[in-house]
Design a protein. Structure first.
Length: 254
């Protein structure tokens, strides 16, 4: 499924200069993908994860990487979730990357542990990713978090009264498990730039309607708070992401 947009997509030349170059420079700066590495990518089927899968498929050819895709079926959205899994399986075939699909009982875990669905899902995703990576000897797990996600994370931490370290947001690279790094190659891109990437490469994606549900605080920040801030102070997302980088540097995080 392609997402409607109101702005003109970039030409190939504009894309290479503005978006692709960001990804390349960011990867080099943080040494995210050493030659010959083994990378397990978390792929939901949403725009960010499709962009990640394609980027890794290109880097796999250039750097001799072993890349595998992992889709986690949360058991929450019935046939929609089944279609997400089927989409990721087809994406793997298109990109020439093996795909594994695992199921998680997020609702049961949330009830058993007294957690919200969002938090239970996040914890279970990282547990499954870490376990699969260690079992199959992957050196890194890659996720599709991008700059808008970073801005949302910083705002959420502010709202919750986070410590200074919490305002550092998400690191481009951190330890996930012994011998396994968690990497975020898309952090320099905005959500609009991810959409540019998909359009330039003629890639479809899935849309999770739960991401529009304002009962989840992150969705409220994404759909209401940040747009208001951006209207009042254009460029606020980039400034929040830059603030996070400065905080990480000041607190010794990379």
């Amino acid at each position: 499924m392609k997402t409607r947009r109101t702005r003109r997509p970039p030409s190939r030349k504009e894309f290479a200069a503005r978006t692709w170059s960001k990804l390349v420079a960011f990867e080099k700066r943080h040494a995210l993908l050493p030659d010959g590495g083994r990378v397990l990518a978390a792929i939901s089927g949403g725009p960010d994860s499709v962009c990640l899968a394609h980027w890794l498929s290109v880097q796999a050819r250039k750097k001799g990487l072993t890349v595998r895709l992992l889709h986690i079926h949360h058991g929450l959205r019935g046939r929609e979730a089944d279609r997400d899994a089927a989409f990721v399986a087809k994406l793997g075939v298109k990109l020439g990357l093996p795909v594994a699909i695992v199921r998680a009982d997020v609702k049961g875990l949330a009830q058993a542990r007294g957690l919200g669905l969002e938090e239970a899902g996040r914890k279970e995703r990282y547990r499954l990713l870490a376990a699969r990576a260690r079992r199959a000897h992957f050196s890194a797990v890659a996720t599709g978090h991008q700059l808008d996600d970073q801005a949302e994370t910083v705002l959420l931490h502010l709202l919750r009264g986070a410590s200074l370290e919490g305002l550092g947001g998400m690191s481009p690279r951190r330890n996930l498990a012994p011998g396994v790094a968690l990497i975020r190659p898309l952090l320099p891109l905005t959500r609009d730039e991810v959409q540019d990437y998909l359009e330039v490469h003629d890639l479809g994606s899935r849309q999770d309607r739960s991401n529009s549900d304002p009962k989840f605080t992150r969705n409220w920040v994404r759909r209401e708070v940040l747009p208001l801030l951006e209207k009042r102070a254009p460029g606020v997302k980039e400034r929040l992401a830059a603030l996070a980088e400065k905080v990480r540097a000041a607190t010794g995080r990379t």
